[in-house]
Design a protein around this ligand. Sequence first.
Ligand code: DMJ
Length: 673
Amino acid sequence: MTSRARNWVSTARRRDSDDDLSVQELSALTIQGTDSPYAGETDTVLAQAVRGTTDATGKSRTSYPRGLLVLLYCVIIGTLLLGHHAYRYYFDAVTPLFEPDQQSAPNLLPDLSPQEQELWLRRRDEVVGAFRHAWGGYRRDAFGSDEYAPVARTGLNLSSRGLGYTIVDSLDTMLLMGLTAEYHDARQWITAHLDFDIAGESVSVFETNIRVLGGLLAAYHLSGKDQLYLERAVDLADRLLTAWTSTGPYPTAKVFLARSPPGTAAHLLEWQTINVQAKGQVSLAEVGSLQLEFAYLSHITGDPKYHRRAQDVMRALHAIPTLDGLLPTFVNVVDNTPSAGQVTAGAHGDSYFEYLLKQWIQTRGHPDQQALRDMYDASVEGIKRHMIRTSLTAGVTLVGELWLPFLGRVPWKQYVNDYNRGVKNRPEFIPKAEHLACFLPGLLALGATRGYSLAAIRAGHSRRTKPHLTPRDQEDLDLAEKLAYGCWKMYNSTATGLAPEYIRFDYDRFGQSPYYTHTTGQDRHSTTANDASRPRTGWSAPAAGFGPQPKAWAIEADYIVPPDHAYNLLRPETVETLFILWRITKKPQYRDWGWQIFRQFQTYSFFKGGGYTSLKDVTVVPPEREDKMETFFLAETLKYFYLLFSPDDVLPLDQYVLNTEAHPFPILDRVTP
Ligand code: DMJ
């Protein structure tokens, strides 16, 4: 059995520590064996376990009487026939046993003077004012549309009549900001107009899930369990489930939320569309960013079907061999193999990494979720080894992309094998730093402390197993701070003080990642479980702070803004990172940078007539407007500014996990008997 298969098995075993596997566990493992690529291996070990010659880890043990074995086989077969499967075990461990945890680490604020505290609350009020201005324009000109065009004073839709994306996406921000009148108005629209019966047209599963389902679930929680949101969430999720069209583990990228009547031309077209998609490819972010929402919905409803579907995806992804923890961004639905060679923490890859960690956080690091944490840790190692570079003149740390030129040459498995044996296949680094990837520093920091502030950890107030950061945690946090600085400089070095969609950067083409090691053999894919034995990199991070700051001219020399990607869409990722780093480190610079970015939006994106616009080119002043206010400006960007300037007890990070659209769900904890 490979170590990855063993992980799932040992995860299952850990629940009962050293006890023998129960019947239920055996049945779970058996069925896991049937649809896992490790089927043969798992089955063999299992069969031996049932025969009594070994246990599920391969250790020998005493024989059972024959009658007992027959009975055991019958139970297993019966369980199979009744349709129970591996995820039942995994699921049961999560859902009925967990409840939101009420205890938070003490609110350890830095020594802010009363004047400073007042200053940040005043700034926070300005953010609330910005939200009102954005919402006011939308409410007046585009209420019910998905998005807003402030200059044309009209609405824009992602499907022919839209799903009210902006409204659903904004509910929890309004609740947090205490905007009661706006909130009730929005709720009223949902009661009267939110309608998922869009026939003859498909919508993105990913976007609908993260924005609409995520928005409804967060509103349900923050409103004190308003049933309206739960009803709508269940209705939507049931429709999203139809995106799992085949017996395979992945949903299609798009889904028809309503179907046309059978026999009509529209119905035939829908069928053909789905059929084509079901044989195509999906991106990691598309299929790997459904799990938080589906798990929380299963938790609330007690119905495991949502979580099971989402876990099907994770199991399938887990089964693909990785190259140093990394997977190319697109996966072929039919044979579950990577179908393109690019690895990115930007578009189409980003929230896959995010959800690996956050699923683990959602259950407060429960051992049943350890396989996901291991996947996250392995992928971070891969990113460090292959995708990090420092810019040539200024030495700013940036995350780029990776090109794995295997497509059409060899099967993925062989490509990875060759690489692991060190015989060939050198990944190619691409010096492209996307703003979308600026969520990564925040994620690394979250992974390092699990959302606890350094002060809480030092004071022993966290519920982490270790009261200190491991060397790996510290390394991740240091990298997070360096990358955050690179993202901040994407703003700070343009004429408008706002970031473009991405930059290209100059780097030493003959150098390597500061974390690069190319070892073959057993020290690859190590996990936090044996943190001390992790391969150490040659890079030593500065003890604290940022060291000497690069000169502005040097950064400008290193950062190249491609003219066709000089636009700014009001994206949230850097503010998200600043918020998390502020909460964890309490370094004032993160709030200061956030405030400066907020002011630049006020200067250039604020539209006097109502709303905020995107910008066509951030490198020129005044920048030309792009007439569009995306829904995530209200759902994420303004929410993260608000949180950045708020005290820590507003959505404490040891109590909440935010989905990739910034919709908060409570972290679940075991009910203590
Ligand atoms: C948001 O819709 C989500 O954060 C998504 O994961 C990626 N990008 C946008 C905002 O930039």
